[in-house]
Design a binder for this molecule. Sequence first.
Ligand SMILES: NC(=O)c1ccc[n+]([C@@H]2O[C@H](COP(=O)([O-])OP(=O)(O)OC[C@H]3O[C@@H](n4cnc5c(N)ncnc54)[C@H](O)[C@@H]3O)[C@@H](O)[C@H]2O)c1
Length: 346
Amino acid sequence: MAIRMGIIGFGYMGKWHLNNAPKVENVSVVAAYDIVPERVQAAEEAGLKGFYNLDEFLKEDINLVLVATPNDVHCELACAAMKAGKNVICEKPVAMSLTEVDRMIATAKENNVLFTVHQNRRWDKDFRIVKEIIETRELGNVYAIHSRLHGTRGAMFGWRAEPEHGGGMIYDWGVHFVDQLMWMLGFDAIKSVFCKTVKVKTPEVEDYFFLLLDLKSGAHIQMEVGTWVLNQLPRWMILGDEGTAYVNDFTRNGGIIKVDETVEPEEIVVMTTSGPTRTFAPRGKKEIINKELPDSPADLTEYYANLRDAIDGKCELIVKPEQVRAVFTVLEAAFESAKTGRQIEL
Ligand SMILES: NC(=O)c1ccc[n+]([C@@H]2O[C@H](COP(=O)([O-])OP(=O)(O)OC[C@H]3O[C@@H](n4cnc5c(N)ncnc54)[C@H](O)[C@@H]3O)[C@@H](O)[C@H]2O)c1
């Protein structure tokens, strides 16, 4: 079936989807609705049919609606579209509470339409590399994963600084990173959640968070997102009992480090200002094996192609509503932990 997409909210991401969704065969973007007249005009200039009224927009000949507004209105707009019989992609974070998420999932079922969320960071190159390293057991047993993003600008753009619109870094990036890890490790892999949040440069929402996720396997995840960290650490560190991998940024920049157990360890002692350490001395050069990261392919157009084919009943959605719900459960636990100072068992 040809997909005729309509966009609600023709801002930054609305335009982004206009530029990307049609890269897939049989997917076109035909209309847009926004509450800001200049945005509707921008949509018309981009060749779309512009709408100032939601009901009129939903009467248009479209079979997929993309909701790309600030987060506080995702639920009401997605539900209105589903009640009008449209399949829906909602931007992340799906909503502002688990109650809203449940309402959206129920509305999709009641109206027999597909509902999914744009968890596009499942297609990030760096993440696919980490996924391959873990799935191939390149590092043996993985006991810790560090998923981290450090920025230097101390900026939360526009409504992202406002709690009433669903601002804050947990909703903005935490949702992506929790989704990546749960998709990779299993949507029931997490046992407990501990979270610290800080408002470093933004008065009303967290622009820094640290998340400790204990896994049922015994391993754990450290997640840290900070917008004001001027000396940056790698995007990923994967610690296994047979090696360590690091990915520095969103690309294939990084490596895998292993030890050649056949080489006799060199005796090295590091003298600190107050004493010696052998435990934290570096390895001798001959003991170390440096490997390249795998070149895991990642193509985001798969997201739209999957949705098109799922609407046709040819396959299952990659981003499933129940997965989105499981991720949101972790986010809610993170907020509760940050508020109470307690570790939250799931
Ligand atoms: N998946 C990603 O990689 C990614 C990246 C950036 C943003 N996002 C998400 O996309 C969504 C939009 O973010 P953005 O950066 O495009 O924001 P934006 O502010 O650039 O655009 C939002 C648009 O929604 C319109 N709008 C606001 N309220 C509306 C309403 N009630 N009805 C119709 N239109 C309305 C605004 O006028 C604006 O044009 C957010 O949920 C955000 O979290 C996702």
